[in-house]
Design a protein. Structure first.
Ligand code: ADP
Ligand code: MG
Length: 359
């Protein structure tokens, strides 16, 4: 049930990165290959590296003979570098950072990728009763969860209220022709950290399909997309992590059939103060980090950017409101909630319908 320790992927470097993962592999840990050596025809290929403050890992069931693993890894690295240069708030001259620094309210040209992600973020904002809001950046930074760090301090309501004035997706517009963004207050500051990893997963997946690779699992920090089958003809299997601190334990093993999956939780990026957990998902209405009994949320969706953003939104909405919305919208969502005797699960009927096996 828990074979991770036996496998070569758990090098100390990977152990560090895997702490950030909210969903991790089970069976894919069984496969290890050296990217620099040519594989046997039936060996799976596993390529990994770091991006977006976490790891990425791409497992391909079978590589066409014309594609060398090193070349594929270089292409994936280039794609991810491009995405970071577009959407990262951790890069001061990224497209997004330049928009954030822009002191005017006219249209600001961006890449079609950034416009797409912002557009999807605005859709999810509507769908989630405004719980997902990429303009929450100033509050993320104020609480110390942003690029400058500094988390650990409880803020005064006065400080929160003055920052809340800079927040709200109604201040933001996006368009595709030509791709551009527009803000109606110059202090608006976008944070795509709650959706960009998912986009990165979708982007790599689309690239793999475009070069004729149709059986793969792409993972960036636990946000994943599976397509096709493993080498043994079975669907890709992944483990949903039990939301515990400093340990990797399996809550549930599921099988993914051409779907994306994302998890958000309160147990990887947070601080505790006076017995209260403050985690990095911020409620854009109150300006407060989420403080409820929801430990993690896992969402299945056709695209990983959608799953990623929805998982963040459900963390904000919490176990009751979140579950009601997920049920009403018929979304496949698993809530793991802290109870008096440990964790308990609450899954929507769509979630149970969409997972193909349990462990
Ligand atoms: P992880 O990065 O661990 O996958 P999430 O996907 O839940 O976690 O993203 C959390 C990040 O999203 C935060 O660190 C912050 O940058 C940003 N964020 C926080 N609250 C919100 C929110 N309400 N809407 C959109 N983005 C948010
Ligand atoms: Mg996420």
């Amino acid at each position: 049930m828990y074979p991770l320790g036996n496998h070569c992927i758990m090098s100390s470097q990977f152990k560090f990165f895997s702490l950030a993962a909210l969903v991790f592999y089970s069976s894919v840990f069984l496969y290890c290959s050296q990217p620099s050596s040519l594989p046997n025809v039936n060996d799976p290929i596993s390529l990994s590296g770091s991006t977006m403050g976490t790891y990425y890992k791409v497992t391909v069931a079978e590589l066409p003979p014309s594609i060398h693993p090193d070349e594929l890894k270089a292409a994936i690295d280039r794609l991810l570098e491009k995405t970071n240069a577009q959407m990262s708030t951790y890069i001061s001259d990224s497209e997004l950072s330049r928009f954030n620094q822009y002191r005017k309210t006219d249209w600001f040209p961006v890449s079609s990728e950034t416009a797409l992600v912002v557009e999807e973020a605005l859709n999810i904002h509507q769908l989630t009763e405004e719980a997902f809001d990429i303009t929450v950046g100033p509050l993320v930074n104020l609480w110390g969860f942003g690029p400058s760090g500094g988390k650990g301090t409880i803020l005064s309501q006065e400080k929160i209220n003055s920052t809340l004035k800079k927040v709200g997706s109604h201040h933001l517009q996006s368009r595709f022709t030509p791709p551009s963004l527009k803000k109606d207050i110059v202090d608006l500051y976008l944070d795509l950290s709650g959706i960009a990893k998912g986009f990165g997963v979708d982007h790599i997946s689309a690239y793999l399909v475009s070069i004729g690779i149709n059986d793969f699992l792409v993972d960036i920090g636990g946000e994943m997309k599976a397509r096709g089958h493993k080498n043994d003809g079975m669907l890709w299997k992944i483990a949903i992590e039990r939301p515990v601190i400093d340990k990797q334990e399996i809550q549930k093993v599921i099988t993914l059939n051409n779907k994306a999956i994302a998890t958000s939780g309160d147990y990887r990026n947070y601080f505790d103060k006076d017995g209260q957990r403050y985690s990095h998902e911020i409620n854009p209405k109150t300006g407060q980090p989420v403080q409820h009994r929801l430990a993690s949320v896992t969402v299945l969706a056709p695209s990983c950017m959608r799953a990623d953003a929805l998982a963040t939104a459900f963390m904000v909405l919490g176990p009751q409101k979140g579950y009601q919305l997920a049920e009403r919208e018929r979304l496949p969502v698993l809530f793991i909630i802290k109870g008096a005797d440990g964790f308990f699960e609450k899954a929507t009927p769509e979630f149970n319908k969409n997972i193909h096996s349990k462990g």
